[in-house]
Every structure is written in structure tokens, then in C-alpha cells.
Design a protein around this ligand. Structure first.
Ligand code: ITT
Ligand code: CA
Length: 479
């Protein structure tokens, strides 16, 4: 009876409490669009690694918030649909304590360069919309390129479980290598990885202490090297003079045509050094679909001539040798996924062949095969594939040897790869510098041991009772 009572007490007393969930919302206000991410985690485990999960993502209709510079109040209004959805997803009683963060990236950095007042107006417009919801508004700001790189690196390593292989006791003794992070946006691109070598430039060096381990991390964000700005720069190199308004562009499939206004093209600070005064006001781009020529044109945007450090990537930016494995996300993933090149067994040479083949396809044929894909995306896969290869190979120094170290990642365990999760983990202090205390035994192992010892006790008592007539048992001191 006593033993049964012991088991029952152990099980009942130590039954895990019902899960008390917490929520967080992060808006990624990118140059091309805004996405709202909702995260959820058990309150009592918030300092453990790997417990935060993305439970919803909502893509805001229209372009990024910087595109509302001509009418800032609309920037805030554009967020309403997704924020209404967030209100439906998060339980009402949790809403008041759910933090909301908005981080704007390269599109807003460019707008701030062009017109700081307009950038502030756009930020206050999105801020006042977010304040009107029942959540705990924590600010709308332009994050730095360094933060963008760092939080992207934290996100993927948190999701991949690289900070601590297992959250159990034994797992704490084992620590695995981290993945470098490659993020390709519309207006900027980030590269971030742990480097054992000295980081020669202060602005590229980060130091983290996470879960009891120190990390020296290299990061750089290249403004104007996102896919959309790189395309603009590539086009701007071949702007004809006033007598001619047609560009033959090898980076678009043959048969593809696109009209663009020079005013719009030149509106970006990324084109500042490429503007020519004799440009026609409108230009017509005609695709010729030639990978080799496209590659030559794309490579013009990487300046490899000057470097004041021991080694550089391009444009005089210090970069140590690449180390370890990398996770490539955002446009790296969208484009490589479309081209069916995300399988890590595909060699660099085969990837080049595939991009070349795609570029050489007539536009009509591509359009017929993918009628549902947005024309902007579909028309740019030749350029994007070529640009990605150029950036990784010519820019960052990947080659046939280490190409296999790149994994193209969309989601990791159900959460999108990107900077937002890392941003929230940091701002809510959910990644402790030192290992959080946790009991050496899990709840299951504890119950298991209790049951085992109780059964053992019953067995011993029974044995002694049965041998009562042989008092030797007690004399030998079995109990
Ligand atoms: O980081 P920044 O530079 O601010 O930009 P962003 O956050 O808006 O950039 P995204 O990663 O959302 O997208 C990167 C690029 O990929 C494009 N893109 C988004 N979804 C895509 C898809 O499904 N197929 C192809 N391209 C896509 C998008 O238009 C951009 O040019
Ligand atoms: Ca982005």
C-alpha cells in the first residue's frame, strides 16, 4: 500500500503543469515587401534553446514600406490586414503582453540616404498603426546591416540546434560547429560566419556569448548588392544615349521585353555613380538570353582592384577565408528552388550549366511552362541565377571545392530562415549568455526512476515478509 501511494504521489505531484504559452510578433519590413511573423513558446522554457516556433507568417500586400515615401500614411495602412490576422491567431488574454517589433532593412536605409525626413515619416506611420493594436508595441526602427547579418546567423543556428546539440544534460557537454549565414535580399546582402582568423576590420567583427560559449563572428552587409538593386546597376551600365532607347540585355530570356523609366531607375542611391545626363527618359529592354554575356555584365559591379587589408571580398571589404558550412536563404533559396538546384549533391559546374540552360530558353516557352508565377520573378530568374553564382564565386570566394558546404534553406523546422527570430530572441533576452539551470533528469526519467525504486522496495519488503519465518533475512540487514 505504501509503495502504491509512493508511486501515485510521484506521478501526480510531478505531473507537468499545463503549457503556458507566450507569443511575439516581428515585422520584417524589407525593401521588396513586408512580412509579419508570429512566434510561440512555452513560458516556463523560454531560456531553453530551440523552443521558439513560428506559428504564422503573413505577407503584406504590395511593395516594401519604403515604396510609400510619396504617401507615408499608406505605409501604416498597408499592414492592417496582416495585423488583424495576428489578432485572430494570438489568444485574446495573451495579446496585451505580446511584444511587437518592426525592423526595416535596406529599402529604408536607401530611403534614409535619399531623404531622412520621409524615412522618419514612413516609420512613424507604421508605428502608429502598430500602436493601435492590443499588443505591446516595442518600436519600429531601421536595423543596421550588422544587426541584420548577426540576427540571421543567430536564427539559423538556433533553429538548427547548433548552440546546444540537445537541451538535455548530456547534450550540454557536446557542442557543434555553427553554420555561416548568407542572406540575399532585394536591396542588400549579408554574409556572416565564425572565423578563427583575426578579423582585421572592427566594423566586421562581432563577439557573442551564448549558452556558455563564446563566438567570434565575421559579418558584412553590402548595401546595393541585393538582387533588385544589383539588377538596376547591371541595366544602368548599358543605358544608351538619347538617340537610342533600346538595351539588348543578355540577362533576360530572348523574346522578353520590359519598359522602364530612367527616372525610376536612377531614383536609387545605388546608381549614383552610373547616371548619364544624356540618357533617354524611357528605355526598352530586350532580352537576348546569354549566360556568359550576362555573367560578364554582372561582374562589372564587383570591384576587385583595391584592398587595404590582407585579403578582401570586393569593393575593398575585408573578408577572412570562408570557414565551415553555410545556410543560404531569402532570394538565394527562392531562386535556387525555382531552378531545382537546392540539392547539396549538385556540383557548382552543374549549377552553372543549369543557369546557362535556363537563360537560353525563349521567354515564350518559360512563360508557357510557369503561367502562375509572378512575371517579375519569372523574368528575373536568369539574371538572379547568374548574379547568385557571381556573388558567391567572384564576390565571396566560393569554388567547386566548398560549394557543397552551402545549403539552400527556406524553412528550418517550420520557421522561416531570416533575421526576425534572432532579433526577437535577443530583444526578449531569450538567449542567455550562460547555460540556464535545468535539473539533471528529465521529467520522464525522474518518474521512471521513482517507479523503478518503488518496485524494488516492494520486492525487498515482500522478500523479507515471506522469509519472516527465517529471521536471518533481517539479521543480514537486507532492508
Ligand atoms: O532584405 P532587403 O534587401 O530589405 O529585401 P527583402 O527582405 O524585401 O527581400 P526578400 O528576401 O523578401 O526578397 C529578396 C528578393 O527575392 C525576390 N523574391 C521574393 N519572393 C520570390 C520568389 O518566390 N521567387 C523569386 N524571387 C522572389 C524579391 O522580389 C527580392 O528581389
Ligand atoms: Ca530581407
Amino acid at each position: 500500500m505504501g509503495a502504491v501511494a509512493l508511486i501515485t504521489t510521484a506521478v501526480v505531484q510531478n505531473k507537468p503543469l499545463p503549457k503556458n504559452m507566450k507569443y511575439g510578433i516581428v515585422l520584417d519590413a524589407g525593401s521588396s515587401h513586408t512580412s509579419v511573423y508570429i512566434y510561440e513558446w512555452p513560458a516556463e522554457k523560454e531560456n531553453d534553446t530551440g523552443v521558439v516556433q513560428q506559428i504564422d507568417a503573413c505577407k503584406v500586400d504590395g511593395n516594401g514600406i519604403s515604396s510609400y515615401a510619396h504617401d507615408p500614411p499608406v505605409a501604416g495602412l498597408s499592414l492592417q490586414k496582416c495585423m488583424d490576422k495576428a489578432r485572430e491567431v494570438i489568444p485574446e488574454q495573451q495579446q496585451r503582453e505580446t511584444p511587437v517589433y518592426l525592423g526595416a532593412t535596406a529599402g529604408m536605409r536607401l530611403l534614409r540616404l535619399n531623404n531622412a525626413t520621409l524615412a522618419d515619416e514612413v516609420l512613424s506611420s507604421v508605428g502608429s498603426t502598430l500602436r493601435s493594436y492590443p499588443f505591446e508595441f516595442q518600436g519600429a526602427r531601421i536595423i543596421t546591416g550588422q544587426e541584420e547579418g548577426a540576427y540571421g546567423w543567430i536564427t539559423i543556428n538556433y533553429l538548427l540546434g547548433n548552440f546546444l546539440e540537445n537541451s538535455g544534460w548530456l547534450g550540454r557537454l557536446k557542442q557543434s560547429a555553427t553554420f555561416g549565414a548568407l542572406d540575399l535580399g532585394g536591396a542588400s546582402t549579408q554574409i556572416t560566419f565564425v572565423s578563427k582568423k583575426e578579423i582585421e576590420s572592427q566594423e566586421n567583427s562581432l563577439h557573442f556569448r551564448l549558452y556558455g560559449k563564446s563566438y567570434d563572428v565575421y559579418t558584412h552587409s553590402y548595401l546595393c548588392y541585393g538582387k533588385d538593386q544589383a539588377l538596376r546597376r547591371q541595366i544602368a551600365y548599358t543605358i544608351p544615349d538619347a538617340n537610342n532607347s533600346t538595351i539588348l540585355d543578355p540577362c533576360f530570356n530572348s523574346g522578353y521585353r520590359r519598359n522602364t523609366s530612367t527616372k525610376d531607375l536612377y531614383s536609387s542611391p545605388c546608381i549614383a555613380q552610373q547616371r548619364i545626363s544624356t540618357a533617354p527618359s524611357n528605355i526598352e529592354i530586350k532580352g537576348t538570353g546569354n549566360y556568359q554575356l550576362c555573367k560578364q555584365k554582372v561582374e562589372m559591379i564587383f570591384n576587385k582592384t583595391q584592398c587595404t587589408y590582407s585579403q578582401c571580398s570586393f569593393n575593398g571589404i575585408f573578408q577572412p577565408n570562408l570557414e565551415g558550412e553555410f545556410g543560404a536563404f531569402s532570394a538565394y533559396y527562392f531562386v535556387m528552388d525555382f531552378l531545382k538546384l537546392t540539392n547539396e549533391k549538385i556540383s557548382l559546374e552543374r549549377v552553372k550549366e543549369a543557369v546557362k540552360t535556363h537563360c537560353s530558353r525563349p521567354w515564350e516557352e518559360v512563360l508557357k511552362e510557369f503561367p502562375k508565377i509572378k512575371e517579375k520573378y519569372l523574368s528575373e530568374y536568369c539574371f538572379s541565377g547568374t548574379y547568385i553564382l557571381s556573388l558567391l564565386e567572384n564576390g565571396f570566394g566560393f569554388n567547386s571545392e566548398n560549394w557543397k558546404d552551402i545549403s539552400f534553406l527556406g524553412k528550418i523546422k517550420g520557421s522561416d530562415a531570416g533575421w526576425t527570430l534572432g532579433y526577437m530572441l535577443n530583444l526578449t533576452n531569450m538567449i542567455p549568455a550562460e547555460l540556464p539551470y535545468s535539473p539533471p533528469l528529465s521529467h520522464g526519467s525522474y518518474i521512471g526512476l521513482m517507479v523503478f525504486f518503488s518496485i524494488l522496495l516492494v520486492f525487498i519488503i515482500l522478500t523479507c515478509w515471506l522469509s519472516l519465518r527465517k529471521p536471518k533475512c533481517l539479521q543480514k540487514g537486507i532492508i
